[in-house]
Design a protein. Structure first.
Length: 359
């Protein structure tokens, strides 16, 4: 019986990929703190400069001084819950003292998502059996500002209010739903205008900021879903064709929207031009991302399925694409109301016909 029990234990170790030869079992196993493991997690991944900066800041500001000092296998569900509650409280206080319009819930959600990913990676490595990050909806937050859906006239007014060499960029964003970083990275080879009736734009790179004082970095898109080819209408194809002839750099690798110095369009240059344009157009609260939201909302209204929206937007999760499906629901409600109105008109016509016949 003792031998059977021993064998069961050995098989359990093998199944968990924890088995070691007897002569190594007494060796000292190095234990990692949460901060040490989180650092390894960051260093082992290929991250965009902006993501690397954000993760490093989260670790330094929100994890290292608090829960990060605990050994990885000692962190409990209660520890994470208490840490998360304190984090939200501190961020709310900081936002209130700084008189910000947000309450810090977005930063709290992003920080929790990072911590949860760190624990999941530890499970995959065999360092933990289960994640202690179990705060319900810890990685979610309610948007405090609802994105704006622009009308065609408003989108056109914004584009026309921009300098000539940037107007096509605004048109591109409002028609395709590309992220501003993806659009700034586009080159001549990414736009197929051989047949204007079936023109496309292919996304393969993204521009990210390396931090204050660091030049923009052109690299791969954030996820595999970001690699995509988006169909564009002939109207936009004509705009891009005229723009490329006047403003794009020469050659297949020439940037579509170069900066004055010849590199990629600086974020500050676009932001300054955008702020002036929205004031001129009488739309002072509209953000660049609202062009993307407008495009994807219009795609939903045009009947795009969730999968089609995911492709067009470069989303890897259906949950994100569903943000724009409310537009399809609104459209469906309009259809239902029009059907009811038509039914009422038919009934009135039938009554008139019966009245005429009886008269």
């Amino acid at each position: 019986m003792a031998a059977e029990a021993w064998l069961v234990d050995e098989r359990r170790l093998i199944d968990r990929d924890e088995w070691l030869p007897p002569d190594r079992r007494d060796a000292v196993v190095e234990r990692l703190t949460l901060s040490e493991w989180a650092t390894e997690y960051i260093e082992a991944r290929t991250l965009a400069p902006g993501t690397l900066r954000d993760y490093s800041r989260i670790l330094r500001v929100h994890i290292d001084p608090t829960i990060g000092t605990k050994y990885l296998d000692e962190v409990t569900v209660a520890d994470v819950a208490a840490w998360h509650a304190r984090l939200k409280k501190d961020l709310r206080t900081r936002a209130r003292n700084a008189k910000r319009t947000t309450d810090g819930s977005g930063e709290a959600a992003q920080t929790y998502k990072f911590l949860s990913a760190v624990f999941k990676a530890a499970i995959a490595r065999g360092l933990l059996d289960a994640s202690p990050a179990r705060v319900v909806a810890g990685g979610r937050h309610k948007r405090q500002r609802q994105p704006v859906v622009l009308s065609a006239a408003e989108a056109q007014a914004l584009a026309q209010a921009l300098p000539e060499h940037l107007r096509a960029l605004a048109d591109l964003l409002s028609w395709t739903g590309l992220r501003i970083g993806e659009a700034r990275a586009l080159r001549r080879r990414d736009v197929d205008l051989r047949d204007l009736a079936s023109a496309t734009v292919s996304v393969a790179q993204n521009v990210s900021q390396g931090g204050k004082g660091i030049n923009a970095v052109v690299g791969r898109v954030k996820t595999d879903a970001g690699y995509r080819t988006v169909a564009i209408p002939e109207t936009l194809a004509l705009v891009l064709k005229a723009h490329i002839e006047r403003f794009a750099q020469p050659g297949r690798d020439g940037l579509l929207f170069p900066g004055r110095s010849g590199g990629v369009l600086p974020e500050g240059t676009w932001r300054y031009a955008w702020i002036r344009a929205r004031e001129k157009a009488g739309l002072p609260d509209v953000r660049t991302h609202d062009l993307r939201h407008t495009s994807l909302t219009m795609a939903a209204r045009a009947g795009a399925t969730t999968a089609e929206l995911m492709h067009r937007a470069g989303h890897s999760e259906a949950r994100v694409a569903m943000i724009y499906q409310h537009a399809a629901a609104d459209r469906d409600r309009m259809i239902a109301e029009r059907m009811a109105a038509m039914a009422r008109e038919d009934e009135l016509a039938a009554r008139r016909a019966r009245g005429a016949a009886s008269g």
